[in-house]
Design a protein around this ligand. Structure first.
Ligand SMILES: C[S@@+](CC[C@H](N)C(=O)[O-])C[C@H]1O[C@@H](n2cnc3c(N)ncnc32)[C@H](O)[C@@H]1O
Length: 249
């Protein structure tokens, strides 16, 4: 496996991503985070690891929900600097590291979570195995990622949405779904690397790692959210996110 790309330390990418997240109307805040938080188990007295913790907001939430210890790991020094600055006083331990090396921490956790970061990891099967080894019995791996029906496209010039005469999206063309692997996309900057995996690959990787899938979510907007922000209606054609909660037996 090659060295992971650390795109969040690219200044132009970082600025673009930061302003996206500072806009209160963003997909993370309105769709993905509520679904993730609804799946969080009781954290009282638990040891938690957040992989790809970014600005550390979820780490802070876990301490507020009573976790005994919270560690956040991330590849990006810029993201971690913001996390440390913005979440002082919560007693969170932040470390710069590749989540693929999670076993090197030599620690065990009750909950390992990851929000919208695992699609940057080349070998998900290896990651799932490492996570399995770092979980205590009955421990939980809870993660969200970009939905496989959104990560599949290879040709960036192909239309992502087809619109009707009234300007409303009517469908999302699906192509190259059955060709898992590296994707290079333009998002704030050119050459952002992500990895597409089919649904069955994700499920089998977790099962092979000795984890049992208990819940999956593909969060959809409420009618109120669509009424306020009509562009969210497209989520009913193609959900942006997939969340999976799996447990070590
Ligand atoms: C979309 S951001 C999500 C940040 C945070 N989890 C949240 O939901 O607000 C993805 C994060 O994953 C981190 N990341 C990407 N690849 C990683 C890897 N291999 N190991 C650790 N962190 C990684 C990035 O640096 C970035 O901070």
């Amino acid at each position: 496996m090659g060295k992971p790309q650390n795109i969040y330390d690219d200044p132009d990418f970082y600025e673009g991503y930061r302003s996206l997240r500072e806009n209160p109307v963003n997909y993370n805040l309105l769709l993905e985070h509520p679904a993730l938080f609804s799946l969080l188990p009781d954290l009282a007295g638990k040891d938690v690891l957040d992989m790809g913790c970014g600005f550390g907001e979820i780490c802070a939430l876990c301490t507020q929900r009573g976790a005994r210890s919270v560690m956040g790991i991330d590849l990006s020094q810029r993201m971690l600097s913001a996390a440390k600055r913005e979440n002082k006083g919560f007693g969170i331990q932040f470390e710069q590291m590749d989540m693929s090396n999670v076993e090197k921490l030599g620690q065990n956790f009750d909950l390992i979570l990851s929000s919208l970061a695992v699609h940057y990891v080349e070998d998900f099967a290896a990651l799932a195995k490492s996570v399995g080894k770092c979980l205590r019995p009955d421990g939980i791996f809870l993660f969200s990622q970009e939905h496989p029906i959104g990560t599949c496209h290879i040709d960036e010039t192909a239309p992502y949405w087809v619109y009707g005469e009234d300007g409303k999206a009517i469908y999302h063309p699906l192509n190259d779904y059955g060709r898992p692997g590296k994707r290079e996309i333009t998002w704030f900057v050119d050459g952002v690397v992500k990895y597409h995996r089919t649904f069955s690959q994700l499920v089998n990787a977790l099962t092979d790692a000795g984890l049992t899938i208990e819940r999956m979510e593909e969060p959809l907007p409420s009618p109120e959210l669509v009424a306020q922000y009509p562009f969210f209606e497209k989520e009913y054609h193609k959900p942006s996110f997939l969340l999976i909660l799996a447990r070590k037996k």
